[in-house]
Design a protein around this ligand. Structure first.
Ligand code: NAI
Ligand code: MG
Length: 361
């Protein structure tokens, strides 16, 4: 293979976003150095986020998206800091990138790692290994709505926040989930819905699912209400393989999944523009964690796992697998940050992952 240079935009943004993006970059750089020239990475770092907001009144410059549009991918930390209202920081940076780049599929693996004790003590690596596929462009986070009667002295303000379920948006993510299920040994797809209560949007979602399912007779399917699915994550995790859900449902369920796996700090995610018209974005699931920011103890494994998803997306599956194996070796040997019961620092864990890259044949 010809050597490749990956052009990656790094956007640490806020809080522990800085720690964990730094960790992910170190791992990828170590892998590139060890790759015998198979690939190298040219990182460009952007200082966008809540500090940028304090100076400029915006989370990123007006042409921010254009600045990163030609990159191969975006490696993202987390947004959110007490100085900026959460809806301003989220919409001003993370959602501006996700939606502006039409990253309509959000991939969130949930996996047990050796050496970490989950609340599900009896379960093991084989039971807890599923992928949440999140609709990432519409649904409950479409941004449609408004507020009326702001500031009325009698406190009669009201708001409408509409959920949008289009046939187009539903079909592309459902089809994506079926295709993903086809690549996995179990070939099972669970659809999350709430069509009992939401009789318009979620019924269309169900109808589209049934129509698309006819094209995938090899895939076993089930339809589960979101509340029942929350229980099922805990009670019957071995029953899950690929789970497709709306924007809000998948947001909540994937935090539950990563907590079951041991910590939010372990969970990785990919925001994909599957057509590759725009750069896709890779980020840990967690937020900026102001409670532990600056202490050097953030768990970097979610971000490092996200870097692996990025390399896989960019055509380097062996390198991605090397990172996954190094992560497993690190947790198996008990090099753990405090959130998963250890005393290691972010730097210790990052160093251990890099050391175990070298073990890879
Ligand atoms: P959070 O994910 O930042 O933290 C929740 C809890 O998990 C905290 O106790 C934190 O210490 C712990 N935690 C998270 N990541 C960890 C890691 N890598 N290692 C060890 N412990 C970790 O969620 P929270 O507190 O609700 O939100 C904080 C800020 O982050 C808010 O401004 C919120 O809007 C933003 N946020 C941003 C996200 C993003 O950019 N994708 C996602 C979620 C929240
Ligand atoms: Mg979330």
């Amino acid at each position: 293979d010809a050597p490749r240079t990956l052009e990656i935009a790094a956007i640490p943004a806020d809080g522990i976003g800085h720690d964990v993006v730094g960790a992910g970059r170190e791992v990828v750089d170590a892998l590139a150095a060890a790759s015998g020239g198979r690939f190298s990475v040219n990182w460009t770092e952007y200082d966008w986020g809540s500090d940028y907001y304090a100076k400029h009144g915006v989370m990123m410059p007006a042409d921010g998206r254009e600045q990163v549009a030609d990159k191969d991918a975006i490696f993202f930390g987390a947004v959110g800091w007490p100085t900026v209202p959460d809806h301003v920081s989220l919409w001003g940076l993370r959602l501006a990138l996700c939606q502006g780049f039409d990253q309509w599929a959000n991939i969130r693996p949930v996996q047990f790692l050796p050496g970490i004790t989950s609340p599900l003590r009896a379960a093991d690596e084989k039971d807890l290994d599923w992928i949440v596929v999140r609709e990432n462009s519409e649904g409950e986070y479409s941004g449609f709505g408004g507020r009326n009667f702001a500031g009325r002295p009698d406190h009669q303000e009201f708001s409408v926040q509409s959920a949008v379920f289009s046939e187009y948006g539903s079909e592309r993510i459902i089809r994506f989930a079926f295709e993903l299920a086809m690549t996995r040994p179990r070939r099972k797809l669970s659809k999350v819905t709430k069509s009992n209560a939401q009789q318009h949007g979620m019924v269309l979602w169900d109808d589209v699912f049934d129509r698309v399912a006819a094209d995938y007779p090899e895939v076993t399917t089930e339809s589960v209400l979101v509340d029942a699915m929350a229980a099922k994550f805990v009670l019957k995790p071995g029953d899950l393989d690929v789970v497709v859900a709306s924007n809000l449902h998948a947001d909540v369920l994937s935090d539950l999944g990563s907590a079951l796996a041991g910590s939010l700090g372990l969970a990785s995610s990919a925001n994909l523009n599957p057509e590759r018209r725009f750069p896709s974005m890779f980020e840990p699931v967690h937020g900026s964690a102001p409670d532990i920011a600056g202490k050097g103890i953030a768990n970097p494994l979610g971000a490092i796992g996200s870097a692996a998803l990025m390399l896989e997306h960019l055509g380097l599956p062996e390198e991605a697998a090397a990172i996954h194996r190094a992560i497993e070796e690190t947790t198996r040997r008990g090099v753990l940050t405090p959130d998963v019961g250890g005393t290691a620092t972010t730097a210790d864990v990052t160093r251990a992952v890099i050391d175990h890259l070298a073990l890879v044949p």
